[in-house]
Design a protein around this ligand. Sequence first.
Ligand code: NAD
Length: 280
Amino acid sequence: MTAKIIDGKAIAKEIRAELAKQVAELTAQGRTPGLTVVLVGDNPASKVYVRSKQRACEEIGINSTVHRLPEETTQAELLALIDQLNADDTVHGILVQLPLPGHLNEEEVINAISPAKDVDGFHPINVGKLQIGTASFVPCTPAGVVELVKRTGVSIAGQHVVVLGRSNIVGKPAAALFLKENATVTICHSRTKNAAEECSRADILIVAVGRPKLVKKDWVKPGAVVIDVGINRVDGEIVGDVDFAEVQEVASAITPVPGGVGPMTIAMLLKATVEAAARG
Ligand code: NAD
């Protein structure tokens, strides 16, 4: 069997086109969605991410503002800016680009963002709401994973989903989202006794560990759907956490890296901003 390749780029493009229509409708009602990104310091990767988020907003008509603050910004200055953005009716989504410089307290900053504008879904209120199934904002990458699986036509209810990785931004929220979709969910992590064996029982395998090509052919049940969240730079090349060449021989469908989950993350951020504006 050779797996179907799940084209995240094409699916993200489809979502952006749908969102552009909604943005036009909201704009006609005088409610243009607005996303404000706060970037502190000079982290080169963060600068690239922020630029691509800004470009993606502009392409579909979302108002995008970026506050670029110097590395030496104090906690009090950053919190004052967040207060101001919380109170600004033209700002529907606030995103503080992580990681913050070491002298700043990330947790306090996330907690200061109004849960109603927390498009990243990192505020503890939104994390809790995700667990009880009432979340309005969920972390963008796992939201993109679920959307990708759904739009590929794979039914989730009743399936065994194994999530490899338990980070707060990918693994744990991915598990909660699949549970909400009525999957049977297993979470594996670095202390799991036999991760390969657990993974080989998955109908849908979600991999988010940050270990290049960790998942091999014998970790995957024939016919499984494999979603690779990993982004690793190896010898100047970007590779996932799944050994794509091997695993595509056994899976029924698989995401490539790049071009799988990556493009979905920004599409989900745009979606969250549009939904926030629509809620008013
Ligand atoms: P993280 O480092 O916060 O968490 C990694 C998780 O993997 C941990 O829970 C750890 O227990 C588990 N783990 C590590 N080694 C393991 C092993 N050998 N076996 C089993 N489990 C193991 O990482 P993260 O933030 O969740 O990111 C994971 C990967 O996804 C990274 O490559 C990251 O770059 C990528 N990522 C991609 C996107 C995207 O937009 N596509 C977004 C976020 C993260």
